[in-house]
Design a protein around this ligand. Structure first.
Ligand code: UDX
Length: 445
């Protein structure tokens, strides 16, 4: 199939590359000409494992190209994937200006029947509005189907080739069948439904996963007080197949470009029809508070943080990405600096992006974990990059002024850290959270 993909963000770029690998002819379109020239050289503007090789291989095979010329891309294609961003408005509602503009341009460019597959996350009812918008301009027949995207950053290529399911929302079964045919080599679990339900499946899925995370984080907070271990609790819960093990990792909560935006948007979608989504509002509140749990732990150990030096390990919202959108690290670093601490920050790939969004005279930007730990009173681990797990603990201890490690992602085991002489505090594993300022000061490395 010849496919035009509009928007070369995460979803558009990964989908385009993956569909070209499946021997479709794909042209990816973006208004940002500098991004297109970067992509046309086989360079990838984001850090995503496996993506660059995939892009280069398919460009060389002549199946994947990049352009800013939407009109010619649409004209050459039978299907159009709409994958532009739907950023949040200050109210939390999704901003649909970009997608509406793209729909107008597609409509004006049409030279025959086109199947338009919308992968952007859009509020319920949007696809029907886009249908009316395109119909008011287009001179040729077309159909819009909703094909929400569930890929995760950091494992986007694998997720696209091995999805748990493909959801297709369509008004006509013939349109659904064309979309299904395109996806059938990825999975046979293709769920076809109406457009509005498909739109809702995307929001409900993200909201549910966010709920699982906030749920386990609250359980973790209670575990700390009653002396239970949340990792054991989550494991024991997960053996119940109705619950499952995934998304029960306690920590400093979720960030990224999807969960924070989509939960807010769903609260708004409900609010617009006079429904207060109380549960989801609490999920969002819990997530915000949870970010500061590591700061509270530092204060419990040191009292005031004024003048203390804190190494921050990890700035990306999760490992294997350079994405810092709504990363918990931003709130945490801002809080630390606000409390008068000096921060020594590092991240294997996300440091430049983070620094672009927030810089401060009391932040030192460091090459790696050990450099960040130099002279630090504590290490605060915010992203569970595997490289952090491999740090030599004896060397780490020698470089720090006090051997304190606050593990916001439960990456280390308490036994490992305590054995190496650290005061160690993690999330929801209370029996090992005994460190105090006196002990920290008594235990110079
Ligand atoms: C998410 C959805 O998983 C994906 O289906 C959707 O298309 C986009 O949003 P993504 O944001 O890339 O994907 O990452 P994900 O792996 O889901 O993690 C989101 C956040 O939740 C991260 O900050 C992660 O650290 C956090 N998280 C995840 C937890 O705190 N605990 C968990 O158990 C799982």
């Amino acid at each position: 199939m010849r496919i035009a993909v509009i928007g070369t963000g995460y979803v558009g770029l990964v989908s385009g590359a993956c569909f070209s690998e499946l021997h479709n002819e794909v042209i990816c379109v973006d208004k940002d000409a500098s991004k297109i020239s970067v992509l046309s050289r086989g360079e990838i503007p984001i850090y995503e494992p496996g993506l660059q090789e995939l892009v280069i291989r398919n460009m060389e095979a002549g199946r994947l190209a990049f352009t800013s010329d939407l009109q010619s891309a649409v004209r050459q294609s039978e299907a159009v994937i709409l994958a532009v961003g739907t950023p949040s408005l200050p109210s939390g509602e999704a901003n649909l200006e970009i997608i509406e503009q793209a729909a107008r341009e597609i409509a004006a460019a049409m030279n025959g029947y086109k199947l338009i597959m919308v992968k952007s996350t859009v509020p319920v009812g949007t696809n029907h509005r886009l249908q009316a918008l395109v119909a008011s301009i287009a001179k040729f027949p077309f159909e819009i189907v909703s094909v929400p995207e569930f890929l995760r950053e950091g494992s986007a290529v694998g997720d696209t080739f091995h999805p748990d399911r493909i959801v297709i929302g369509a008004d006509r079964s013939e349109a659904a069948e064309i979309a299904a045919a395109l996806h059938r080599s990825l999975t046979d679990r293709i769920f076809v439904t109406d457009i509005r339900s498909a739109e809702m499946i995307k929001y409900a899925s993200n909201a549910f996963l966010a709920t699982k995370i906030s749920f386990i984080n609250e359980i973790a907070n209670i575990c700390e007080k009653v002396g239970a271990d949340v990792t054991k609790v989550a494991e024991g819960m997960g053996y119940d197949r109705r619950i499952g093990h995934s998304f029960l990792r306690a920590g400093i909560g979720y960030g990224g470009s999807c969960f924070p935006k989509d939960t807010q948007a769903l609260i708004q979608i409900a609010g617009n029809v006079d429904y207060e989504f109380k549960l989801l509002k609490s999920v969002v509140d819990v997530n915000r508070d949870q970010r500061f749990s590591v700061v509270h732990k530092l204060r419990r150990i040191f009292g005031e943080l004024e003048g203390r030096t804190i190494a921050v390990w990890g700035l990306a919202f999760k490992p294997n990405t350079d994405d810092v959108r709504d990363t918990p690290a931003l709130d945490i670093v801002q809080a630390l600096v606000g409390l008068g601490a000096n921060v020594r920050a590092c991240d294997p790939v996300a440091l430049p992006n983070f620094r672009n969004g927030f810089d401060h005279e009391r932040i030192a930007w460091c090459e790696d974990a050990l450099e960040a730990a130099d002279g630090a009173d504590a290490v605060c681990l915010l992203t569970e990059w595997p490289a952090f797990a491999d740090v030599d603990l004896q060397q780490l201890r020698q470089r720090m002024s006090r051997p304190v490690l606050i593990d916001g992602r439960n990456l280390f085991s308490a036994e490992q850290l305590e054995h190496a002489g650290f005061i160690y505090s993690s999330i929801g594993r209370p029996a090992l959270n005994r460190g105090t300022a006196e002990q920290a000061d008594d235990k110079p490395a």
